[in-house]
Design a protein around this ligand. Sequence first.
Ligand SMILES: *Cc1c(COP(=O)(O)O)cnc(C)c1O
Length: 230
Amino acid sequence: MDRVSEIRANLSAVRAHIEAAARACGRDPAEITLVAVSKTKPPEDVRAAYEAGQRDFGENYAQEYAQKRAALADLADLRWHFIGALQSNKAKVVAGCALVHAVDRASVAEALGKRAAAIGMVQEILVELNVGGESSKAGVEPGALVPLVSAIAAQPGLRLRGLMCIPPPIADDEAQRGFFRRLREARDVLRARDAAVELLSMGMSDDYRLAIAEGATHVRVGTAIFGARG
Ligand SMILES: *Cc1c(COP(=O)(O)O)cnc(C)c1O
């Protein structure tokens, strides 16, 4: 199979799995956005997925994102998601994308908020929560979530839309689901105070079906669409 047909077939399979997982728990598949994670893959792969109807793409590294965005600027309705760990000095590159998934510090929120305000936009963001405890280092600790949410609220250039997590992979499905449940519960607490905080970015190639069962609104899938990364 040529590369374009391969990506097209993979996308169809992932979409079918998303639909089945949604229906199995009584959810509308249209509530779930598939973010195709294209990090380390060439722009041609993104273009192939786009031609197969995919519109949301996720990138992890600011430099690579900037290059791919420029190479694919002709695809006007393509939506970029920045899903990688973010440093304040990269806020300039990332501001303007559809959704920043992994804000985990007030300093990053401030840099992003200032940049968004400077270019006259409101940047939608998610906060990355550490649901895995000591086994994962990324994400804000649960005890520091509320102060971070307050720091975000102080930035007119930002709009908090939900939470994201990257739990450590574990073999036991029930335990894996437990991480996703924790993210949903944290989201529910925030949403009770601000209805805009509704999104849940959780689930990757190996576990997006479990994440959908726990309420994922965005699944970030790379390998299952584009194949293993080198
Ligand atoms: C790479 C990456 C993904 C995709 O992982 P796969 O296992 O290839 O599906 C999802 N989310 C984040 C934050 C990533 O860095």
